[in-house]
Design a protein around this ligand. Structure first.
Ligand SMILES: *[C@@H]1O[C@H](CO)[C@@H](O)[C@H](O)[C@H]1NC(C)=O
Ligand SMILES: *[C@@H]1O[C@H](CO)[C@@H](O)[C@H](O)[C@H]1NC(C)=O
Ligand SMILES: *[C@@H]1O[C@H](CO)[C@@H](O)[C@H](O)[C@H]1NC(C)=O
Ligand SMILES: *[C@@H]1O[C@H](CO)[C@@H](O)[C@H](O)[C@H]1NC(C)=O
Ligand SMILES: *[C@@H]1O[C@H](CO)[C@@H](O)[C@H](O)[C@H]1NC(C)=O
Ligand SMILES: *[C@@H]1O[C@H](CO)[C@@H](O)[C@H](O)[C@H]1NC(C)=O
Ligand SMILES: *[C@@H]1O[C@H](CO)[C@@H](O)[C@H](O)[C@H]1NC(C)=O
Ligand SMILES: *[C@@H]1O[C@H](CO)[C@@H](O)[C@H](O)[C@H]1NC(C)=O
Ligand SMILES: *[C@@H]1O[C@H](CO)[C@@H](O)[C@H](O)[C@H]1NC(C)=O
Length: 735
């Protein structure tokens, strides 16, 4: 633990006390100076195991490019005065002597005799006040030199260093030098291509670049953190890259000279990151391809800022972090046909609001690489998204750090040629089937830090899986189950595709099983197969049971309706009934089934009418049931020895269990004999109170309703007579 802490401290100190500032374009030039300078810093990051002690224990050596080959880099630094000579360092090309309290006394030709072969020398952060190019006379390979962070006494030292024969890169940052004299480099012979002159605060707000004109080989100039507000020049400066990071410019720097001649006719890369620029008036940058306006105040863009009049060949534009207020992007802001890459990251632009981003903001543009990370898409609908971006021939699209849950992933299918799609931290919760199969060229897909719990096998078809070279899904709340097993297998078989190499945050964990990584999660294949078929079976069985139960309950509920319907359908023409009436012996003409509460009606109304007037003999259990017999026997016998059956429906009939029994029994009886029940209703029974059997009977049989009004009473008896006409004795039927 202590060792690791120490290592970190050591690295941190190194990084603070770095020797070189700024980075030139890495691969754009055929020579490898900036690469070697970067590697010098990079070497500090490598594992202790890949370093070795060298130079008589004064130094650490390594080989950053090929860690197991012979070391090329040596760090003999931070001895703060204890180092008294430079040891022999055979094979070393890059030597760092930072923080050794070296003074002008030590700077002699003899001092460097042990390292005449090296290419790159870092003398940064020492106490050198004076230097002369003659000290490096014997170092024929010296290509890059850093004298940053030394308290140089005179600016002529800079001229002297730039004149070291063969030197291609010089870093003289933080040397406390004021504004260089305009004539300082006149008649100079210098091979330097890269010149870092950062953090030398000038004492005037205008930087006169005329001084650099005699440096005919100069390609890359860095003037970072120099308090520059304006720049000016009396001669065209033929540099290719200019870095003005973190200065004080309020306006786009003046780049036009008299007669509209360009001040930087060969400039291809201009970084104005971290200034305070809020507008662009005019620009004369005929070759500018890359413009970096990150972290400025470009809040209100206008149509002509980036057009071809100002920037005829502009290819890449960075407008990251210009927020402050919601920026305004009017129609045609990016109508520059040469523009290929645009970044609008971290601007809080409300793409869903028409006032903030007009519908044609990206019109007349052929942007292929668009980065919109960290803005607002809160309420954007698919239609507006297509209106804004649909016409762009996108190859790379970054939408990370936006809430995109309203946007359908399928909307992105219009970008058929997409090669890279970044959807990190976009709150996506699910992936539709074939979500990425429409992108025939997609090789890089980032879905990390979302809310994805499961991934279906159908999300990525075979071709998509073969094609993807990078697929990040880390930091999603995976529910590890059988459904995710296929994904785990894919994950384990393609570690290069899924794991970030630079990042230790490779979190693929099971949200449902704390502390378990996706890679460690496993389930027996058979268990999954079994559970799969089990699931199918359970679903099938449940469906079957539900259907059966439903049918059964329906059948039960409508059992009488069904029986009566069947009965009606297959009923004969009354032959069985007639045979029964002719051949059987009957004690009664009509069996009357009624609730005992309706007895008064039966005695006072029904019996007088049917018995006295029509001469029918009724079976009324109050009167006719044989006492002492079982009541069921009584019912059965009475029903069987009656020609017809009359039911007296009423509210009380509903409540009487014996009545319901009689009804059921009688229904069976009449069905056997091809007959029908006679139904009279003596009061209004609500249908919701009726039993299923009563409902069924009322639906299939014409019933006769009793009412106390005179006309109605006559009609009631008339209808009842008609229903009984088969059994009314001749002469008994009165007109
Ligand atoms: C830079 O060059 C190295 C080796 O020449 C190469 O591996 C790398 O891909 C290049 N990088 C870029 C960005 O072109
Ligand atoms: C540099 O010179 C000082 C004397 O001015 C001496 O003490 C010191 O050891 C020298 N350092 C090296 C590395 O030679
Ligand atoms: C060169 O290195 C040797 C041994 O590494 C050392 O003894 C000698 O003093 C060094 N020469 C100089 C001029 O520093
Ligand atoms: C540069 O050279 C010209 C003549 O070739 C001379 O007049 C001028 O003084 C020189 N300037 C410097 C700074 O050496
Ligand atoms: C700025 O620096 C130059 C050169 O050292 C000096 O001549 C000039 O007086 C300084 N100006 C101010 C305002 O300090
Ligand atoms: C410079 O350019 C501007 C705008 O393009 C134009 O109006 C002006 O006439 C030009 N001046 C010269 C001297 O060409
Ligand atoms: C600058 O560009 C011009 C053409 O505009 C070209 O002739 C010249 O060689 C370039 N100079 C450098 C140093 O690239
Ligand atoms: C921007 O373009 C849209 C669509 O053509 C149009 O409706 C709108 O009026 C334009 N805005 C301005 C300010 O011209
Ligand atoms: C999960 O993986 C990470 C990184 O690979 C590792 O640091 C961690 O210890 C693992 N956790 C478990 C529980 O295996």
């Amino acid at each position: 633990m202590g060792t690791i802490c120490f290592l970190y401290l050591w690295l941190a100190t190194l990084l603070v006390a770095h020797g070189f500032r700024g980075t030139g374009p890495t691969n754009s030039s055929s020579d490898n100076i900036p690469i070697c300078m970067e590697n010098l810093d990079m070497c500090l990051h490598i594992y202790a195991a890949d370093r070795e002690t060298c130079g008589e224990n004064w130094c650490q050596c390594c080989n950053r490019v090929e860690p197991h080959r012979a070391p090329m880099y040596a760090y003999c630094m931070q001895h703060y005065g204890k180092l008294t000579y430079i040891p022999k360092l055979p094979g070393i090309e890059y030597l760092d002597l930072k923080n050794n309290f070296l003074t002008s006394h030590n700077m002699t030709e003899r001092f460097f005799t042990n390292i005449t072969h090296i290419t790159c020398l870092v003398l940064a952060q020492n106490k050198i006040t004076w230097l002369d190019q003659s000290m490096f006379r014997n170092m024929k390979n010296l290509k890059c030199l850093s004298i940053s962070g030394n308290p140089l006494q005179s600016q002529t030292i800079v001229r002297s260093m730039l004149s070291v024969p063969g030197l291609q890169a010089l870093s003289a940052a933080e040397c406390g030098l004021p504004m260089l004299n305009k004539n300082l480099f006149q008649n100079i012979s210098s091979d330097v291509k890269y010149f870092w002159f950062d953090e030398n605060s000038i004492n005037t707000s205008t930087y006169d670049m005329t001084v650099f004109c005699p440096l005919t080989e100069l390609q890359n100039l860095a003037l970072r953190v120099c308090n520059i507000k304006y720049i000016t020049s009396e001669c065209p400066l033929k540099i290719e890259s200019l870095d003005l990071y973190n200065n004080l410019m309020d306006n786009f720097p003046k780049t036009c000279m008299h007669n509209n001649e360009s001040m930087f006719p060969n400039l291809t890369l201009l970084s104005l990151e971290k200034n305070r620029i809020s507008s662009i008036n005019e620009a004369c940058l005929p070759k500018l391809r890359t413009l970096d306006l990150t972290a400025n105040l470009m809040i209100r863009l206008t149509e002509n800022y980036f057009d071809q009049k100002n920037f005829p060949v502009l290819t890449e534009l960075d407008l990251k972090s210009n927020a402050g207020a919601t920026p305004l992007i009017p129609n045609n802001t990016f109508s520059n046909p040469s523009l290929i890459r645009l970044s609008l990251d971290d601007n809080r632009i409300s793409f869903d609001i028409h006032r903030a981003v007009e519908t044609n903001a990206f019109a007349n543009s052929r942007i292929m690489q668009l980065s919109l990370t960290g803005n607002t898409f809160k309420n954007i609908d698919n239609g507006r998204f297509v209106q804004l971006f649909g016409h762009l021939p996108l190859r790379k699209l970054k939408l990370s750090k936006n809430k995109l849950d309203l946007l359908a992933l399928k909307t992105l299918w219009i970008f058929k040629n997409l090669e890279l799609l970044d959807l990190e931290r976009t709150e996506i919760a699910s992936l539709p089937d074939g979500a990425f199969d429409s992108f025939r060229n997609l090789v890089h897909l980032d879905l990390s830090d979302n809310k994805i719990t499961s991934i279906s096998e159908l999300t990525f078809n075979h071709e998509t899986r073969q094609r993807l070279k990078v697929l990040f899904l880390d930091n999603n709340p995976f529910i590890c189950s059988c459904d995710l097993m296929w994904f785990k297998e894919w994950f384990v078989s393609q570690p290069k595709v899924f794991l970030r190499h630079t990042d230790t945050e490779n979190k693929y964990t099971c949200e449902n099983i704390p502390g378990v990584n996706l890679t460690d999660f496993s389930m027996a294949k058979q268990a999954c197969l079994l559970s799969q078929s089990l699931n199918v079976m359970i679903v099938f069985t449940c469906t079957l049971v539900i259907v059966t139960l439903t049918i059964a309950s329906l059948v039960f509920r409508f059992r009488w309706n069904i029986r009566l319907a069947l009965y009606e359908a297959f009923r004969g023409r009354g032959d069985v009934r007639m045979m029964r009436l002719l051949t059987d012996h009957f004690d009664y003409d009509v069996f009357v089934s009624y609730a005992k509460e309706d007895l008064p009606w039966v005695y006072q109304r029904l019996m007088p009418e049917l018995e006295s007037r029509l001469g029918l003999r009724l079976c009324v259990h109050e009167r006719d049931f044989i006492p002492g017999n079982n009541i069921v026997d009584n019912i059965v016998e009475s029903v069987q020895s009656s020609k017809k059956i009359l039911m007296v429906f009423s509210k009380d009939f509903v409540r009487s269990q014996w009545c319901q029994f009689e009804l059921t029994f009688c229904m069976n009886h009449v069905m056997n004999y091809d007959d029908v029940l006679l139904i009279v209703c003596v009061d209004d029974v609500a249908s919701r109170d009726m039993t299923a059997a009563m409902m069924a009977v009322l639906k299939t049989t014409t019933y006769i309703q009793w009412e106390e009004l005179d006309d109605a009473v006559d009609s009631f008896w008339g209808r009842l007579r008609l229903a009984l006409h088969e059994i009314i004795p001749r002469g008994g039927a009165l007109p």
